[in-house]
Design a binder for this molecule. Structure first.
Ligand code: MRU
Length: 340
């Protein structure tokens, strides 16, 4: 397979490496992936994360195994193990299904590895197109609020919501970005802040709970978020905290956009209630345990509720920015997401 290079994943000289996002922004640690279990552990721990990139990493790994001569049974076994690594982001399942169809049809090495290359390269184009459509909606001097990390660390390209932001910045729109820190794992405060700095975008980090008062003060002109799975009716799952932003945006009359490729759409999923929501380790809430240190502040036996994602109902969304264009409530109600 040819070399493939993204910000936090690279396939080089027939070896797959991932950038451990748990250590960003202060350390760049790359890990070579040597077997299925290692990749699954990296996905579960969020060393590698973001809906598109999880799927892309899994796809490249399967392509790599195929090229190394793995037989049909081995490939299908690895594929099913990877499918179960994180349940909410549907890009993983979409990409693995694409590979599975080729593997079960008996196409092995060349075809399977080519599909995984295509998945990587297509994502770059999907990001570019979403960014162009979305940037058209950004007004000069806009103050934009975003949640979690949806940039080049989460995709093979410029990202989804962050792709829109950096493209608007490159168009000299003089934007400012409010970066939700994104408890509990701080993808905003660590990763989005880092991406904003790399791109030279003016930004300020806020605690998630500060979004309400900013909106009340008229300090937010639009909200851009990504998605992990969009149901056929336009409801979508994204990093927990997204739904509260949507409710706040509705109350304060702030346009609220979701930016995601068609590979994040699940036409077989009728609505948000049908999206599986990953529950995570209580220790993520009871303290922090990361490259910058480890501390637990809650009573040792404290009970915890820790869903990684929440569901935003379609009725709170101003627009769905996909690679094929921007869709409004009417488009969604006429079932456009089932036809992508
Ligand atoms: O748990 P994470 O960090 O993988 O969650 C990521 C998100 O929720 C992103 O907003 C989503 O995957 C879109 S990434 C382009």
């Amino acid at each position: 397979m040819k070399n493939l290079i993204a910000t936090s994943l690279k396939y080089q000289n027939a070896e797959l490496y991932i950038l451990d996002q748990r250590h960003l922004p202060h350390q760049s640690q790359w890990h070579k992936v040597e077997n299925d279990d290692q990749l699954i552990a990296h996905i579960k721990s969020l060393a590698i994360r973001g809906a598109p990139l999880i799927g892309i990493a899994a796809a490249i790994w399967i392509g790599h195994l195929a090229e190394q001569g793995a037989n049909q049974q081995t490939l299908l076994h690895s594929l099913e193990k990877l499918r179960a690594s994180r349940p909410t982001a549907v890009n993983l399942m979409n990409y693995l299904d694409r590979l599975k169809a080729a593997i079960t049809a008996g196409h092995l090495a060349e075809k399977v590895s080519q599909i995984s290359i295509n998945i990587f390269e297509e994502d770059i184009q999907l990001c570019r197109k979403m960014a162009q459509h979305g940037a058209e909606l950004v007004k000069p001097n806009a103050k934009i609020l975003t949640h979690c990390n949806t940039g080049s660390l989460a995709t093979a390209g410029v990202g989804t919501a962050i792709g829109v932001i950096t493209t608007a910045h490159q168009q000299n729109k003089n934007i400012q970005v409010w970066v939700d820190e994104t408890r509990p794992l701080l993808q905003g405060g660590r990763l989005t802040a880092w991406e904003m700095e790399q791109a030279g975008v003016a930004y300020k980090i806020i605690c998630d709970s500060m979004a309400a008062c900013l909106m009340a003060q008229g300090e937010v002109d639009m909200i851009l978020v990504g998605a992990d799975r969009i149901a056929a009716n336009g409801d979508f799952a994204n990093k927990v905290g997204t739904y509260s932003l949507a409710v706040l945006a509705h109350y304060h009359n702030v346009p609220f956009y979701v930016v995601a490729p068609s590979t994040t759409v699940d036409p077989a999923c009728p609505n948000g209630q049908s999206i599986p929501i990953e529950q995570r380790d209580p220790n993520e809430i009871k303290g922090i345990n990361a490259a910058f240190g480890s501390v637990s502040w809650s009573p040792e036996k404290a009970a915890v509720y820790n869903p990684a994602f929440d569901v935003t109902p379609a009725k709170l969304v101003t627009g769905w920015i996909l690679e094929s264009g921007v869709y409004n409530q009417n488009d969604i109600q006429t079932g456009v997401l089932k036809t992508l």
